[in-house]
Design a protein. Structure first.
Lengths: 273, 288
């Protein structure tokens, strides 16, 4: 073997190892979800077995996982829509207008990303309890804005800044209002950023557990909170837990792969191009 | 010209966001500050009363609180170096020329862990690290290690999952930095030396700095926020061995029902976070 061939072989081995380590837990999740309870509790674990869809059937139709997935979907979609409606105009203003306090406002939006959700969960729980808002979709839709709104504002501001200001000026010569400039000129050109921020907002909301656990009981139970509730007592239904996990994870993985090019940029709030 | 827009127009655009964030992000904090000044136990509401700064005094002198804080930074101090070392290694491998198809596949697989629902990572941990029928012990040659029930092993397991989930993030951030190095500069350097360390240190490192700072900020924030994965995997146990700061506040507030004390803890955590965020942002987002 020549030197380059050997270096390629080593590279290939390393790459294969990385892929296996990243993917193996998902493989194990899906295969466990296809095991009956008896097979799932075999020691040592079985790698070859007869697959069954029983866990999915039970989880979806008997244990209310289907319902909780719909709850998660309603909440994630609504909070994303709300974050866009509120955040896009704010992003337009931050990108296009000069005003006092802009810098502080910017800091404040970004600092929101850093605050531990437990800090907000305590007072939010008490307020929701007093206002009779526990176990309602709207409560989660609102509280998820605390992380969705900053991410939408950040990504969309960044995107609008990249649009030539001359376009705005030309439109204003024609007598267009700021609102028209935003909706007719900037928004269509900023669509990639808007789409990516929507995907992020959806993923974060869909994945969230703690608020779901604290602020919902049954009516508005989100899917992650539902999955965790299977973990109580002895003789855990491992197959069913993994079936639920699979159902939860599939949509986010699809979205993440769709946005994979922008994922790093979004997660670092644009710090890395 | 910019800056001619009337205040009314500006407010129409930015006002709704500011009001929304003030109502859901700041008003609750004020309420938490008020709660923290009271004896406020959900199971003993009749004893509700103003106690001044008593809760703060309790927290500041509470060994368990500072242990949880120390544990949180210990986790950051152990998993972040691992993530940086492994992430840099992965980034350097992916940055090598050739094998394009495998590398694309590799980049796509790296996206999966960091998008995974934290709670699902915790559930996977339960299944894979189970002492009797877990695949991890099987792959370790039929070892009989009690992962979840032993304080040290449980901590190691948390580090494992944190590293599994966030090394890909570090790798992709650093890879983005490596691709920013101008091709001619890197080629010229490679003609000068065959030593990869010299190239990394003097040619590539300057391009990695913004990414490294971003990783430092975000991993610090995320470790202070860490809740979902650990709650599903160990509930902070056994004992308090994996009870990180957010888990502790949740336990005091929602399992011991002492909202007053938990609010005081939360306000102190908030203060620490804001100080850290200010320091980091000052260093980092200076161009904004």
């Amino acid at each position: 073997m020549t030197r380059t061939q050997r270096s390629y072989a080593i590279q290939l081995l390393l790459l294969a190892a990385i892929i296996v380590i990243c993917v193996f837990p998902f493989y194990w999740m899906v295969t466990t979800s296809l095991k009956t309870q008896v097979v799932a509790l075999q020691a040592p674990p079985a790698w070859i077995f007869e697959p069954t869809l029983q866990n999915y059937r039970e989880a979806l139709f008997e244990d209310g996982v289907g319902r909780s997935l719909i709850n998660s979907l309603i909440i994630a979609v609504s909070t994303t829509a709300l974050a866009l409606v509120l955040g896009v105009p704010a992003a337009f203003a931050l990108a296009r207008f000069e005003f006092r306090g802009k810098r502080d406002l910017w800091f404040w939006f970004i600092t929101n990303r850093m605050v531990s959700p437990i800090v907000l969960a305590l007072p939010f729980f008490l307020i929701a309890r007093n206002l009779d808002l526990l176990d309602r979709h709207i409560t989660l839709v609102l509280i998820y804005l605390t992380f969705n709104l900053p991410i939408v504002i950040w990504i969309v501001t960044d995107q609008i800044r990249g649009i030539p200001y001359e376009l705005d000026e030309a439109a204003r010569m024609e007598g267009a209002s700021q609102f028209t400039i935003m909706t007719r000129i900037c928004l269509p050109l900023a669509m990639p950023g808007v789409a990516v921020s929507a995907i992020f907002s959806f993923i974060f909301s869909w994945n969230e557990l703690m608020f779901g656990l604290i602020l919902t009981r049954s009516e508005a139970r989100t899917a992650p909170a539902m999955a965790v509730s299977f973990m109580e007592g002895y003789n855990l239904p491992y197959g069913k837990i993994m079936a639920t996990s699979t159902l939860i994870v599939i949509p986010v993985l699809i979205f993440a792969l769709l946005a994979s090019k922008q994922l790093v940029r979004g997660l670092t709030m644009g710090a890395v191009k | 010209m910019r800056g001619r827009t009337s205040r009314k127009t500006i407010f129409a655009f930015i006002g709704p966001s500011v009001i929304a964030l003030a109502l859901i992000g700041i008003a609750p904090l004020i309420y938490a500050a008020w709660t923290s000044l009271h004896f406020f136990n959900l199971t003993r509401m009749r004893q509700f009363r103003f106690v001044g700064l008593d809760n703060y005094q309790t927290v500041l002198t509470d060994g368990a609180f500072w242990q949880a804080m120390g544990r949180t930074f210990f986790l950051l101090g152990t998993s972040l170096p691992l993530q940086l070392a492994l992430g840099l290694g992965i980034a350097l491998v992916l940055h090598q020329p050739g094998l394009t198809l495998v590398k694309t596949l590799c980049r796509l697989s790296l996206v999966l862990p960091m998008a995974t629902t934290y709670a699902v990572v915790g559930l996977l941990g339960q299944v894979m690290f189970n002492q009797r029928f877990g695949v991890v012990n099987q792959l370790m040659g039929g070892a009989n290690i009690n992962w979840i029930g032993d304080p040290t092993n449980a901590f190691v397991m948390i580090i494992f999952w944190d590293v599994w989930q966030w090394t890909p993030f570090v790798a992709l951030v650093l890879l983005a930095g490596l691709t920013m190095v101008p091709g001619e500069v890197e080629e010229a350097a490679r003609l000068e030396t065959k030593n990869w360390w010299t190239i990394l240190r003097y040619v590539q490192l300057p391009f990695l700095v913004p990414g490294l700072v971003a990783v430092l900020i975000l991993r610090t924030a995320d470790t202070l926020k860490l809740f979902d994965m650990v709650f599903t995997l160990t509930r902070g146990g056994p004992g308090a061995s994996t009870e990180f700061i957010s888990l502790m506040i949740q336990r005091v507030g929602f399992r011991a029902f002492d909202q007053g004390l938990a609010s005081a803890q939360a306000i102190i955590l908030l203060a620490i976070t804001i100080v850290l965020a200010r320091i980091y942002i000052r260093v980092f987002y200076k161009e904004v």
